[in-house]
Structures are given as C-alpha cells and as structure tokens.
Ligand binder design. Structure first.
Ligand SMILES: NC(=O)c1ccc[n+]([C@@H]2O[C@H](COP(=O)([O-])OP(=O)(O)OC[C@H]3O[C@@H](n4cnc5c(N)ncnc54)[C@H](OP(=O)(O)O)[C@@H]3O)[C@@H](O)[C@H]2O)c1
Length: 219
C-alpha cells in the first residue's frame, strides 16, 4: 500500500520502520525537508519527500507532528491522494508542556476535531496513546495473549476499516471507539491513554473516561 507519513519523529520514524518492513511503499516528510531524512531513508527504504508531496497517490496518510504545528501544514495537502484516502491522526494536546493554550480544545472540542478543521479532512484517531517504542517492541500475532489493543475513532467507516486492518497488520488489536465526537475518551489523562492491555480492558477503560478535562491536563 502507498502510505505517506508527515512527521518523522518518535512516532513517524517508528511507523516508517514498521510499515516499510511490512512491504508498504512509504513516503516520509518532516519540517526541514527531505535532505534531512537521508539516514531514515537509508535505514528503511522509505522515500523522503516534501510535506506537499507526502500524500501523493497515498491510500493512507499519517499526520504525526506536534499539535501546535498542525496549522502550519499547507492547504490542499490531500488533493493528490488516492480516492477515499484514510488520514490517521496520532496527535495529542499538551498545553503546558508543548502546545500552549488552544481555546477551542479547552472549551471541549475534541482534539482530533480541531485537527480536522485545520487540515480540511476527516481523520481516524489511533496510536495517540501508544508509546512510540511499543510500535517496535510490542507487536504480537493475532490471538497472542500479550497482544495490545488500541482504540480507533473516526467518522468515516470505510477509512476506519482500512486503518483497523493496517493496525492489525502492525501487530495490535483494535477497539472501535466511535466517531470523533467520542474521541475525547482516548485523549491524554484518560484511563485508556498509555494503557497496555487487551480488547476487554481497553473497552472498559474507554467507557470509564470522565467527561471533564482533567485539571492537570488543562492550560
Ligand atoms: N512520542 C510518543 O511516544 C507519542 C505517542 C503517541 C502520540 N504522540 C503524539 O504524536 C504526535 C507526534 O509526536 P512525536 O513524539 O512523534 O513528535 P516528535 O518526535 O517531536 O517529532 C515531530 C516531527 O514532526 C515534524 N514536524 C513538525 N512540524 C512540522 C510541519 N509543519 N510540517 C512537517 N513536519 C513537521 C518534525 O520535523 P522536524 O524535526 O524537521 O521539525 C518531526 O519530524 C504528537 O502530537 C504527540 O503528542 C506521541
């Protein structure tokens, strides 16, 4: 599958490693330009590209950059993507530590809905609560009792199906966490965030999420 990855840090770098190892054709971009990605390209066989090129022909695009930089992404990002492109959002809002105050999110807008509004495309929220290193260290085959499950939220059911299949291929179970209006249940400081557990426990943790934004995680 042709996959574009925007962001080549902890998550983007490790997804580039795993997805190329699985045989996917990966294009990867960062903010500084393709010439700064030669080591990752050499290691993985991925193609370093500009942000503007990352989605070209892609069936799946992963957006994995710090939330505060989302508004810097160029318009028309998905114009040349494959029809029905699934856009994965791994992002989290860290107001104190990284992103600064974002009023709409503080007022209750789900983080991924804010991202959708900026990039102009629906997203599938997944891996936002997964430790980057776990992408390398904890994939397990289907049925393995140690297999971790991750929540997947999004409004486009067809795109969600594509993403759930890809996550399964990456070695993780998935739990349907509903649409983006429900995706606050997997945001930072919720019970499921960072949880290493199987389908049953992840399902329970999603249900147990308190609606109020935890004070410790507000600006
Ligand atoms: N780290 C984790 O374990 C983890 C786990 C789950 C979710 N997340 C979330 O996933 C997102 C990415 O986290 P991360 O830890 O992978 O970040 P990171 O290591 O800081 O890497 C950020 C990447 O984004 C790129 N970038 C920044 N602004 C950009 C722009 N305008 N256009 C293109 N690329 C841009 C950076 O490129 P340059 O280096 O060239 O600036 C860098 O490659 C965050 O929202 C984070 O909260 C992280």
């Amino acid at each position: 599958m042709k996959i574009g990855i925007i962001g080549a840090g902890n998550i983007g770098g490790n997804l580039t490693r795993r997805l190329t190892a699985l045989g996917h054709q990966v294009s990867v971009a960062n903010s500084r330009g393709p010439h700064t990605l030669s080591a990752l390209a050499e290691e993985t066989g991925a193609t370093p590209v500009t942000v503007e090129e990352a989605a070209d022909g892609a069936r799946v695009v992963v957006v994995t950059i710090p939330l505060k930089h989302i508004p810097d992404l160029p318009g028309g990002l998905f114009d040349k993507a494959a029809d029905g492109v699934a856009v994965i959002d791994t992002g989290n809002y860290y107001p104190k530590e990284r992103d600064g105050r974002i009023d709409a999110i503080e007022d209750g807008l789900p983080e991924s809905r804010w991202t959708e509004q900026h990039i102009g495309h629906p997203v599938i929220k997944v891996f936002n609560g997964t430790y980057a290193q776990d992408l390398l260290d904890r994939p397990r085959p289907q049925g393995d009792p140690e297999r971790i499950a991750v929540p997947v939220a999004g409004d486009d059911e067809a795109a969600k199906r594509v993403v759930r299949e890809l996550v399964d291929e990456l070695g993780f179970d998935t739990v349907d966490a509903g649409g983006i209006d429900d995706s606050w249940r997997q945001q930072p400081a919720t019970p499921v965030y960072g949880l290493r557990a199987g389908v049953a426990e992840v399902t329970e943790a999603l249900a147990a999420a308190p609606k109020e934004r935890p004070a410790a995680h507000s600006f």
